[in-house]
Design a protein around this ligand. Structure first.
Ligand code: TXA
Ligand code: MG
Length: 312
């Protein structure tokens, strides 16, 4: 079982850094979800991420860095828009996809000429990046296709047997993954996430919303089905009954076997989403019905995750 380390303890942080430097895998807290980290420039270490997650090698990883200079150093072309976004939203839940430098192993980017970069906004992640002194590749610390972890316990349930350590930094404050932005050559939203589209548009102007096909071309790991509980999840269904679970927002509805009511505030609801889905999934129900929310602010990321979690 993974060694449990406490991100608030200096020695534990040093142990996490030592595991990473030795090429081992450590699950780390970020403000979005827990990540499964390895040093990004060591392809042998990176290969362990794919093995532990059972992640297909066509799905590229996000590289986490400590500051803007480190991000820029990993690209072959940094742009004015990248600079403006980085200055406005980093550290934070925004990932920028930019032309990669030769330093980055092909395994990290699944052979793509671009690399996904972000500075996480979590004191433990930042202290760890500082201690390791190298960029860290880290996808979400779940098995491929399953619900992303927002606590250290969630990580250990899915990956505890397969990794060296789990660094506990408490529950994630944002709760959904980062927003991924690329250029084609105009700005294009590759994944809605923790930074609302509206906030990005306030800085950049209009951003393209890709079709599902464009998603596949630009963000090959973004499968239509993802983030899925084992229990079938239905969006906006009329199904009701004692064997059915309900994921609702703001107010409940009668007639369900188990109910999770998330906040009506979509930012709060995003932070609660994955833990609630896990509780419903653990209840042994026949199906989970999820209500819809408006696609504004964090609502866009919530609906994206619910659609990908749903079984049609
Ligand atoms: O919030 C997050 O982003 C979390 C935390 C740990 O930072 N990480 C995360 O990583 O969600 P992951 O691997 O679950 O999702 C990364 C996604 C890929 O599936 C892909 O869609 C996109 O980022 N991506 C990565 N590299 C890319 C690239 N070069 N071009 C396009 N998309 C890329
Ligand atoms: Mg993921």
């Amino acid at each position: 079982m993974a060694v449990r380390l406490d991100g608030a303890q200096r020695e534990d942080l040093a142990r996490a850094a030592a595991f990473l430097t030795a090429g081992e895998l450590v699950a780390i807290p970020t403000e979005t979800v827990y990540g499964l980290a390895a040093t990004a420039l060591d392809s042998v270490a990176v290969a362990k991420i794919f093995a532990a997650k059972e992640r297909p090698s066509f799905d590229p990883l996000i590289v986490h860095v400590a500051d803007v200079a480190a991000a820029r150093a990993l690209t072959s072309a940094w742009s004015d828009s990248a600079e403006r976004l980085a200055r406005t939203f980093w550290p934070g839940p925004l990932t920028l996809v930019l032309p990669k430098s030769n330093q980055i192993p092909d395994l990290v980017t699944s052979g793509l000429p671009s690399v996904a970069l972000r500075i996480p906004n979590h004191p433990v992640a930042l202290a760890l990046l500082e201690a390791v002194g190298q960029p860290l590749a880290a996808p979400s610390a779940n098995r491929f296709g399953r619900i992303s972890p927002t606590t250290a316990d969630h990580v250990d349930e899915q990956l505890g047997e397969r990794i060296a350590a789990t660094l506990d930094g408490g529950p994630c404050s944002v709760g959904v993954e980062s927003t991924v932005l690329g250029w084609d050559p105009d700005p294009i939203l590759l994944r809605p996430g923790g930074i609302p589209l509206e906030a990005l548009e306030a800085v950049l102007g209009p951003i393209l919303l890709p079709s599902e096909q464009t998603y596949q071309r630009h963000a090959p790991g973004r499968l239509p089905q993802h983030y899925a509980p084992r229990t079938p999840l239905l969006l906006n269904s009329n199904l009701v009954g004692p064997r059915i679970g309900l994921l609702a927002f703001q107010r409940s509805r009668p007639g369900f076997g188990q109910v999770e009511v998330l906040s009506g505030d979509l930012t709060e609801a995003a932070a609660q989403l994955f833990a609630a889905l896990r509780r419903l999934d653990a209840a042994g129900l026949d199906a989970i019905v999820a209500d819809a929310v408006p696609e504004i602010g964090l609502g866009r990321a919530i609906m994206d995750r619910l659609r990908r979690a749903s079984h049609g």
